[in-house]
Structure formats: structure tokens, C-alpha cells
Design a binder for this molecule. Sequence first.
Ligand code: HEM
Ligand SMILES: *[C@@H]1O[C@H](CO)[C@@H](O)[C@H](O)[C@H]1NC(C)=O
Length: 504
Amino acid sequence: MALVAGLLLSDVSTTMSLGAVLLILVLYLLYSGTSSQKAQKEPPGPKPLPLLGNLLQMDLRRVHESLCDLSKKYGSVFTVYFGSKKVVVLAGYKTVKHALVNYADVFGGRDIPPLYHDLANGYGILWANGGNWKVMRRFALAALRDLGMGKRNSEEKIIEETHYLKDVFEKFEGKSFDTTHPVNVAISNIICAITFGNRFDYEDPKFKLMVNRGNENMKNAVSIPLQLYNMFPKIFPRTRNWKELVNNVDNTVNEMQQICNSLKETLNLSVSRGLIDSFFIRKALGENDVHFHEKNLLFTVSNLFIAGTDTTSTTLRWGLFFMAKYPLIQAKVQEEIDRVVGSRLPVMEDRKNLPYTDAVIHETQRLANIVPMSLPHITTCDIQFEGFFIKKGTSVIPLLTSVLKDENEWESPDKFNPAHFLDEDGHFVKSDAFMPFSAGRRVCLGESLAKMELFLFFTSLLQYFQFTPPPGVSEDQLDLTPSVGFTLNPSPHELCAVRRNRSP
Ligand code: HEM
Ligand SMILES: *[C@@H]1O[C@H](CO)[C@@H](O)[C@H](O)[C@H]1NC(C)=O
């Protein structure tokens, strides 16, 4: 201000040149620009470089951790630039909940990165907004509910699958193996059962191809060239990776189309075998919303596979990994299962009588923190939030890591501690800051299904097997540092699944 006043005075006292007038004009505009920003204060943040934004201030392999560090300096609502893309980050339980739950509509849009726009064209649920999203989310939730998601029907399907998974584990005869593939196909089969109405044999070539392609797509989607394409779509062209991924997704969608066609041919209007049947039955009964069409169905089904397979199987693998690392905790889980369930198969009814086991599963989800930044949201209108102005159409990251490890909410945020979910008498207690499925309008659609899968797979595997590190590897050597992919995974490792004496 002093500088501006000084310039004005000196210029007024001399003859005004055109240059001076322009200079005053520019300064005036700059000044009025900053003053209007003061009235609408935007969230603070580190100073961005041109083009690169704050990329150099972040560890791109662990963005969620860099963002947690930045929140210590800039507070619970702050701005960062990924390249030239501006993003507002929400950190800590109070702020994330405040935004996603109390302002559910404002913070409930999905920011769709360019790659996902190319792949899905706004169809389905995951990478969709507006009518497409609303109609398909509502349909999927209703269909899953009717099919018994979180209830008896899916319970039976999951229990059936636990047998097949136990068989695969048992074939290793206690020798160490990588749990990734077997767990992945078992969990994938649950989504098959729920959408198509049937499971597949693990050796079925069609099924293998489908699972492998899914995994490949996910690996590809988070590869560096495609990350760069998402950040700088105008600068980084569509490379070979882009074409490969688009082709793969096209193939997947075509395959889904074939499965849909054959289900349609054998449809019986009075029996729904799965979510796809439910779609055609509803259509036959006269549902005629403009968004309720087959293309939207195909993308919805592939969303369920993408969102429901890797997440659940990664979490289950973290659970087994933690058990191998903490044998005393594993022993307590097994003691409880033996005492309460005995040698029959565990069912959902048992959960309320297995508080310690339930706490261990919750603690697994909390510490594993597999979707650390949730999925990107977008504001649907201008908002004044916690003292800051956020414009409509701003990308928002709900930093779930900062909730699941919030120092104000958890006694020992960085330690595997089942007591986070137990009271003094050993009863299970809920915690509001347990938010691995996010919250609000976009909360995970498969939450109750995932919880059921985790409980049934975890208890039946621990009832049957003792999990240990490979011979010659100590528990301390099991490294908790996650490897980053589509989700946060345990670093590559092998475990032994040793048959227990007391098991059925
Ligand atoms: C342990 C397992 C799982 C975890 C940790 C998990 C976590 C999440 C998270 C963090 C989101 C993003 C929410 C947001 O945008 O704020 C999400 C969305 C979603 N999840 Fe899950 N999920 C799991 C299992 C599943 C399963 C089994 C299914 C399928 C039945 C599923 C289907 C979806 C769908 C369709 C969405 C998109 C919702 C929308 O955009 O409206 N998830 N999940
Ligand atoms: C359709 O299912 C119902 C109920 O299970 C059965 O009674 C009926 O015979 C089936 N119709 C056809 C054409 O298969």
C-alpha cells in the first residue's frame, strides 16, 4: 500500500505520462484483485511453481503422506497444485466428516480425471455424475439389497467360496506362498456370484483371463505415463499405454456384453439370479428412465468388479499379514473363535460374540488404510467452508489417512492395536473416525458386502490355519511399508498357512 501511495503522489506532482497512467491502472487492478480475495479467503497452501505447481514438494510415490505433512503446516483445509490442477485437501476426522456428511451435496460430486473420462464416458457409478450416477447408484444399491447384500443369500455364497479358498491354501501343505492370486480370485468370484448369478472354477480360462485383465488394467491405470496424462492432458499425448488400456477396457466391456446377452436369453421374469437379471427384469416391468440403459449397466457392472475386488482382497491380505506379524494377537483371535464357534463354520450371527476378532478386523482396515485419499470429489457449488471460500468445480481430496490416523481420535495411531475398538470389559466399541469406506453421498456402495466378506473369510481362514512368516524369516522382518498401486498393498511377501489341530 505504501508503495502504491508513494507512486501516486510522485506521479501526480509531475506531468502524467501515458506509461504512468497505465502503471496506476495495473496497480489498481492488482490491488482490487487482492482485496476481493480477502473478502473471500481461499484455503492456504504452499506456493505453487508455474506449470509444476507443488509437485516438487510432494513424494509422488506417497502423495497421501506428503499431504498429511502439509496439513500439519497449513491446517485442515488447504490448497495444493498437482501441476496446474488446483486441489483442496480436507484433513482430520472433524473436517472430513463436516464436509462429506454435513455438506453432503456440495462435496458429493465426483471429479473425473481425463483418463477415466476417456474410458467410461460418464457412464456407470464410479466415474459418473448427475443422472447417470443417481439412477445407477440407486439401482445397484436396491439390487444388491434385494439379492441379500449383507444378508443370508450373499452369506451363503461367501461361505461357499471360503471352502474353495481354504482348499487352495491347503494345497501348499504349509509351505510359503504368495497369497495375492488365490485371495484375488476368491473375492472376484463373490462379485461374479452377485452380478451374474454364478461363480467360476478358478481354472476356468475365461475367468482367468477376466481376472488377469482386470489386474493389468489397474496396474496400467496408475503407471507414470497415465498419471502424467491425467495431470497434463494437453501436454502429454495419448501414448501406447493409453491405447492399450482403452483397448483392454473395450474388450472387458464387450465380454460383459456377451455375458449380459446370454443371461437375457435365459431370463425368467420371476427369478433374479443376480444384478444383471434384476436390470432386465426391471426394464421388462416398464422402467423407462433415460439413464436406465444397457451401456450404463455394462459400466456399472465393471465398476463393481474394479471397486469391489482389489479393495477387499488387499484388506484381507493385510489381515493375514498382520496375524503372521503379531502371533500373540493371532493366538487371541483363534482362542476366541475356538471358544465361541468351535469346529462348525463361522456365520454372520457369530460376529456379536467375537468382539476381539471384530476389533482385529476393524484395526486391520484402519491401519491398512488402503484407499488413503479416497477418490477425488468435486464441489457442486460455491461454498464458504470453515472460514474459506471454495469455488464450484474445485477438486477435493478427502484425506482418509488423516482420519484413520488422526492423533485426536486414536490412542496409538501408527500401531496395530485392537484395543482401539474395545472397551475395558472387552466389548466391541464403534469409532466415528473409522472411515475406510469414506462417508456421505459417495460413501462406498459395497460397504456392507465388504464387511461381510472380510468377517467370513477372515474367521474361517483363522479357524483353519495358523499364519506364519516363511521359515528363516522373523516376524520383525515382515515390513509394514506399503507398496503403492491402485490401493495400498502389503509389500510383496510370502506366508505359510499351517493347518491347525482344532479346525473342522
Ligand atoms: C474393504 C473393501 C472396500 C473399501 C475399503 C472400499 C472403499 C471405498 C472408497 C474409499 C470409496 C470412495 C468413496 C468416495 O468417493 O468418497 C469407494 C467407492 C465405491 N465402492 Fe468401495 N470399498 C470396498 C469394497 C467395495 C465393494 C465390495 C464394492 C462392490 C460391491 C464396492 C463398490 C464401490 C463403488 C461402486 C464405489 C463408488 C461410489 C460412488 O461413486 O458413488 N466397494 N469404496
Ligand atoms: C420361472 O420361475 C418360476 C419360479 O421358480 C417357475 O415356476 C417357472 O416355471 C419358471 N418359468 C420358466 C419359463 O422357466
